[in-house]
Design a protein around this ligand. Sequence first.
Ligand code: FAD
Length: 460
Amino acid sequence: MVKKYDVLIIGGGVSGTALFYILSKYTNLSRIALLEKYHKVAQVNSRGRNNSQTLHIGDIETNYSLEKAKTVKPAAMMIPFYVKKLYPDTQNKILFKVPKMILAVGKNEVTKLEERYEEIKELYPDLQKLDRKGIGNIEPNIMKGRKDDEELLALYTPDGYAVNYGMLAASFIKEVEKGANNRSDLLLGCKVENITRTDDGYKLVTSKGVFRAEVVVVDADSYSLFFAKSLGYGKKFSLIPVAGNFYFSNQLLNGKVYTMQDKKLPFAAVHGDPDVQVPNKTRWGPTAKFFPVLESGKLSTSLDYFKSAGLFRYCTAKSFIKILGDYTRLKYLIKNTLYDFPVIGKILFLPNIRKIIPSVKARDLKKAKGFGGMRLQRVDTETHELQLGEGRIIGDNIIFNMTPSPGASVCLFNAVRDTEWIMRVFDNKYKFDKLAMENNCTGGYPCEMDRDTSVDFYSS
Ligand SMILES: Cc1cc2nc3c(=O)[nH]c(=O)nc-3n(C[C@H](O)[C@H](O)[C@H](O)COP(=O)(O)OP(=O)(O)OC[C@H]3O[C@@H](n4cnc5c(N)ncnc54)[C@H](O)[C@@H]3O)c2cc1C
C-alpha cells in the first residue's frame, strides 16, 4: 500500500527533527512523516561526538560579518529558550553552560581583535576584554610557558553554551511523541532510494516501501545536493569534502577557547573545548582533511560523493583549481591531511594547540577515534567561488537544505522558516500557530524571517 503525506522530511539529524517537531506541534497539517535511514536519529553530523558542540551566536566567531552575527544570534538563542521549557533532567543532557573565549596571539591578531570588539560590543554587551593578567586568571594554562613579550588579547563571556545536538534531536522526537497524534509518523531504518516528480507531488521509493507527498523537505545535509541533482536541481554546485577530526588531552582548559580565523578559510581555526560527553578532557580540533566521502568513516559513501560533486565536468575542475590553487588554502589542506598520519600527525598538529597552551607536549595528545564529521563545502562552478555557510535550493514544492556550521545552532530557526514556506505552498489551507511556537522557542519574542542565515537558490 502506498502511504500519502502532506509533507515528507528526509533526514533525522537535528535539522529534520526540528522541522518534524515544529510541523507536528504547531501546525494542523493532516499527515507528516520523517524518514531516516539509520535506526536512531542524529547518527551523522548532529551526533554528539561528531561536531564541536558549540552554540554559535557570533561573539567569538571572527569570520562572521556584523550582519551575519546579528542574524545568527537570535536564531541560535532559540535553542536555550526551547530547552529551558523541558524537564530539568532532560535539559541537563542537552544544554551546558560553558564559558567561551576568543584568543588573539601576536600584534597582528591583537589589532584585528581590537577592531572586532569595537564592531560587535553593542551586540554582545556581556563580552569582556581581557589582557594577559585577565586571561591568566580565567585560563591559567594559556599563560604557562608563554613568552613575556608575546602580545595577547581575549574576548570572554562566562555565559556561553555547549549543546549535545544528538540529544537535542532526540528531544524533538520525544516532544512529538508526547503530543501523540495520528498525524506524524517517524520511520527509522527507512532509506530513501530515489525521488521522482509526479502529477500531484513526489513519489519516494524507500527501503520500507513507496511513499507519496505533496511537499518534500530534504534535510540530509551532505546528501541534500545528491538528491537535488537526481531531480535536476542545483546542477551548478559541486562539493569540496573536508573531514573534521579531533584530538584529546587531559583537561587543560576551563571553557571553550577559539583562535582567530583566516577569512579565506571556511572553517573555524583550531579550538579547545570541554566535551559534554567526555568529562575531564579537552577536545582539540577540528582538523580539515580532504577526503572524498559524504559521511565520516563510511567509504561506501564515496561513490555518492563523486555523483554529487560532478568532478569530471570542465567547470568543476576549473573551480577546484581556482579555489585550491590559492596558496593559503592549498597549504592549509596539505598540512591538515598530514595531521591524520600516525605518530607524525600529532607532532605536526602541536603548534596549533601551543598557540593556546604553550606548554603542551605531543605525548599529551591522543587521537579522538570515532569522533568527527564531514564538512561538505559548496562550490559554485559558474563563478568558481567557494560558498560559505548554509544554503537552500528551493524547487517545485521541494527544498534541499545544505547545512554546514552553524546549521546545528540555527536548526529551530530554519525549521520555522521552512514551515512558513510550506504554509505558502499549501496556499494557507493549513494554519501555523506561530505565537504558540514563539512562546516555547523564543521566549515570546517575534521570530523574524529576515534573520535567515542561509543563502537561497531558486530553481524551477
Ligand atoms: C567537525 C564538525 C564540527 C562542527 N561543529 C559545529 C558546532 O560547534 N556548532 C554548530 O552549530 N555546528 C557545527 N557543525 C555543523 C553541524 O554538525 C551541522 O550543521 C548539523 O549537524 C547539520 O544537521 P543536519 O540534520 O542538517 O544533518 P545531519 O545531522 O548530517 O543529518 C542528516 C540526516 O540525513 C540522513 N539521510 C541521508 N541520506 C538519507 C537517505 N537516503 N534516506 C534517509 N535518510 C537519509 C542521515 O542519515 C542523517 O541522519 C560541525 C560539523 C562538523 C563536521
